[in-house]
Design a protein around this ligand. Structure first.
Ligand SMILES: [Zn+2]
Length: 290
């Protein structure tokens, strides 16, 4: 089956929309240079799928960031994803994480969802991480901040093969549907969604899976969109971030260390710059001084 795909779907007869995704390759690439325990790896897989399923919140060009922050050994975990499904992410771990549950990993903390349009104001929503799973925290986020009934199923397996997949169901803002009927419809599609097994989400095509769950309902499945792992760091970006440091300081560091080293927290890539690489920063100032 095609991997690393997101597909949207709609129930023709209910005011309910859905998203379905799998991202085995992106999951593998995301973790390639990080040495996390299985517990952290799986949570990163769930977070990756969750962020992907939430990209429908992006109505304009921009990116969405889903971040966990807490006082447990997993201090922070984040996934950034753009409207064209280019993503990157990282985690900050301090302490033993083996054998820990979701609640033990994150401790007391919060989940933040930020939407940063390319043009316009950033929007940020926040909810406490006080549930026993990431999916329950995200459902709670939507119940509190958007008043939209939401069901999200997330699975990740990093033991043998790297696999991650998930499914989101959400009520559409009500138009001409009775509230009672609306609730019943949502309960119906959620009850069926909860019969899905992780292996089915990993292995069936989206077509097969939706047929398996909803062959008695009318479902319209939209075209697939590819999910791409790609870090946005580059030599040029590193150099421009150094522009905030005084050229005098850069020269002092270079005198002592002969190179300036920079590390990308996301993809774990190391960059090294010597005086020749940084000439552009140093020349500019000379001109200013004259
Ligand atoms: Zn990077």
């Amino acid at each position: 089956m095609m991997k690393d795909q997101l597909q949207r779907f709609l129930f023709e007869d209910f005011q309910i929309r859905g998203e379905i995704a799998n991202a085995d390759n992106s999951f593998r690439e995301l973790l390639a240079n990080h040495n996390y325990t299985e517990e952290v790896r799986n949570l990163m897989g769930e977070l990756l799928i969750a962020a992907t399923l939430l990209t429908a919140m992006l109505k304009f060009e921009g990116k969405i960031t889903v971040q966990l922050q807490g006082d447990g050994p997993l201090k922070m975990a984040v996934i950034n994803i753009s409207q064209d499904l280019v993503l990157r992410g990282t985690a900050n771990v301090d302490g033993e994480t083996s054998g820990l549950s979701f609640a033990q990993l994150v401790g007391e903390g919060h989940l933040m969802i930020s939407i940063t349009p390319k043009n316009g104001e950033r929007y940020q929503g926040i909810v406490a991480l006080d549930k026993t799973s990431l999916s329950a925290c995200i459902e709670n986020y939507f119940a509190q901040s958007e008043q939209l009934a939401t069901r999200i199923i997330l699975h990740a397996n990093s033991q043998n093969n790297m696999q991650c997949a998930g499914l989101l169901l959400q009520t559409l803002p009500m138009a001409d549907v009775e509230e009672k009927e609306h609730d019943d419809d949502f309960q119906h599609v959620c009850a069926l969604a909860h019969t899905v097994k992780a292996t089915e989400l990993y292995e069936l095509t989206h077509d097969e899976l939706l047929f398996r769950l909803y062959h008695q309902d009318k479902v319209r499945l939209f075209d697939e969109q590819s999910i791409i792992y790609q870090c946005s760091c580059s030599k040029e970006r590193c150099i421009s971030s150094l522009a905030s440091i005084q050229p005098k300081e850069i020269l002092e560091i270079l005198k002592e260390e002969s190179v300036i080293e920079m590390h990308c927290e996301y993809c774990a890539k190391d960059y090294r710059f010597d005086i020749n690489d940084l000439q552009i920063l140093l020349t500019d100032t000379n001109e200013q001084q004259h």
